[in-house]
Design a binder for this molecule. Sequence first.
Ligand code: DHB
Ligand code: MG
Length: 218
Amino acid sequence: MRSNDQSPMQDYIRTLYAPESDLLREIREVLAERRLSIHVSPEEGKLLQMLVRLSGTKQIVEIGTLGGYSALWMAAALPEGGHLTTFERSANHAALARDFIARSPYKDRITLIEGDAHAALRSTPFAQGVDLVFIDAEKAGYPDYLDWAETLLKPGGLVVGDNTKLFGTVCEETPPAKTDEEMWNAMRAFNQRLADTSKYEALMLPTGEGMTVAIRKP
Ligand code: DHB
Ligand code: MG
């Protein structure tokens, strides 16, 4: 996958600014063995971690856990009393992530909820509201995840979406032949909604996959 391409420049950046813990490296290696290298890159993990720290985020919701890689990057920046709730539909991925999270120093600040997040999000109470929502699950579902986020996100809170370039297709005027139309329409709509300056201040960071960061206005 693109996010794991290794150029000398990327290697330089990673070594200097985004060194992984042994556990993070192990997660990446295990995912690679299982042909599941669709997690964020180390530098994207570091960016997410810095967003958590910069925004003073206490309550994180992640949609799409995979192996727990991005969750562990983000959880490391949570303040005392902060919490990350992560949703994963695949039982295999959830089992993998549960094990890695349990071995991490952040196990007490992470809750993994297994199941379809579209429903599970709505049956999970977030009494303290939500400061940051990281969406990295099935792409056709992004607009519905945003609907949910808008009900709970605090003013000044962040919506972060991965893969918002939709594998290089989102800038086309019509969905390319081999692209799933529902998915393409969903990502177009998601990006369009976050570009609404009456509700958000936002930017798609031009990472390999595109990562949109949006601040919810009051
Ligand atoms: C895919 C999904 C991702 O979230 C990602 O970052 C890269 C690829 C995929 O479904 O192929
Ligand atoms: Mg992704």
